[in-house]
Design a protein around this ligand. Structure first.
Ligand SMILES: NC(=O)c1ccc[n+]([C@@H]2O[C@H](COP(=O)([O-])OP(=O)(O)OC[C@H]3O[C@@H](n4cnc5c(N)ncnc54)[C@H](OP(=O)(O)O)[C@@H]3O)[C@@H](O)[C@H]2O)c1
Length: 217
């Protein structure tokens, strides 16, 4: 099986990469990034600018694609630049892999993804809907709460949220408790590699409180 990972240098993407390289059923891991990854015998690592990627390139020929790409509004610098990374690039890549017969697209979305005025949640919801409309045999959407990761960049809002969530502990509803990147990655991988029960085009949506169980399955 050939698996493509978007965002393999990130917190969740890095875990997706490690887990995919370790699984015997996955024969090749294709991880396009803008910074080179350490080499591995199973890894194909096209280093590219997604705006200029060749839609016809052979490396889009995969069975399963997994997306953990993302930025913040602050890092991106504008709403349009944020939307480009968090929605437009994933859709463009999904079209490339679907054209080469990928059957499954797995997405790291977010808790609370919904259409509305919030740029982040609205962008995630628009991406979820756009992916489902493309018609993969199986679309997997995981919606994690705050990701419990150490960051090289400063994200004060996220750090405060994590601190608060940890202080509240089990008083916080399960859906909003922080999740380790490895749990998100394993859950996305397990759900995306599983054969869907329904024939045709189907979507599996996993909320944050479901991820640990699926990760351990
Ligand atoms: N942070 C949270 O608490 C939280 C909660 C729920 C959902 N999410 C979502 O979960 C997903 C994964 O999050 P994460 O924390 O693992 O992300 P992350 O650590 O910030 O990693 C993001 C990845 O996207 C890549 N990327 C960003 N901008 C890019 C660009 N312009 N061109 C190419 N690649 C680009 C990064 O590459 P470089 O290494 O080259 O920058 C990196 O590989 C994201 O979609 C995020 O919105 C996050």
């Amino acid at each position: 099986m050939r698996v493509l990972i978007l965002g393999a240098t990130g917190a969740v993407g890095g875990q997706l990469l490690a887990e995919s390289l370790a699984r015997a059923t996955i024969t090749s891991v294709i991880a396009p990034t803008r910074r080179p990854l350490p080499p591995h015998p199973k890894l194909i690592n096209p280093v590219l600018d997604f705006s200029e990627a060749d839609a016809e390139a052979d490396f889009w020929h995969v069975d399963v694609a997994l997306c953990a790409l993302g930025t913040t509004r602050k890092q991106a610098g504008s709403d349009a630049a944020f939307i480009k990374v968090d929605k437009d690039i994933p859709i463009a890549v999904a079209q490339c892999v679907l054209a080469k017969n990928a059957h499954t697209f797995g997405l790291v979305s977010s808790v609370g993804a919904r259409l509305g005025r919030n740029l982040y949640l609205n962008t995630k919801a628009e991406l979820e809907l756009a992916l489902q409309a493309l018609g993969f045999a199986h679309t997997v959407i995981v919606r994690p709460s705050l990701i419990d990761a150490h960051r090289a960049d400063r994200r004060p809002g996220e750090s405060l949220g994590l601190w608060l969530a940890k202080a509240l502990g089990k008083l916080l509803p399960a859906r909003y408790r922080p999740v380790p990147p490895a749990v998100i990655a394993k859950a996305l991988l397990n759900a995306s590699l599983a054969k869907p029960v329904v024939q045709g085009s189907t979507t599996t949506t996993l909320e944050s409180e479901q991820l640990k169980k699926i990760a351990e399955s």
